[in-house]
Unconditional design. Structure first.
Length: 66
């Protein structure tokens, strides 16, 4: 997963806090059913990777990737 923008908050808060660049777009995709639950992605990725025994690597700079 790659996000072309940098994090909107400190790295230490990753998975504990969320911020949307475009709240109107987030609301739209939620209303039409394209997302299950906003703000749950990093926690869900961490949980599934742990259950699978996989290691997770975050790359943070002018973009963000998992």
């Amino acid at each position: 997963m790659v996000n072309p923008g940098k994090l909107l908050f400190p790295e230490e808060e990753l998975g504990k806090r969320s911020a949307q660049r475009n709240p109107i777009l987030v609301d739209l995709v939620h209303r039409i059913g394209l997302v299950e639950k906003a703000d749950s992605g990093i926690r869900r990725i961490r949980k599934l990777m742990k259950e699978n025994g996989s290691k997770i690597k975050f790359e943070i700079g002018t973009y963000f990737s998992v």
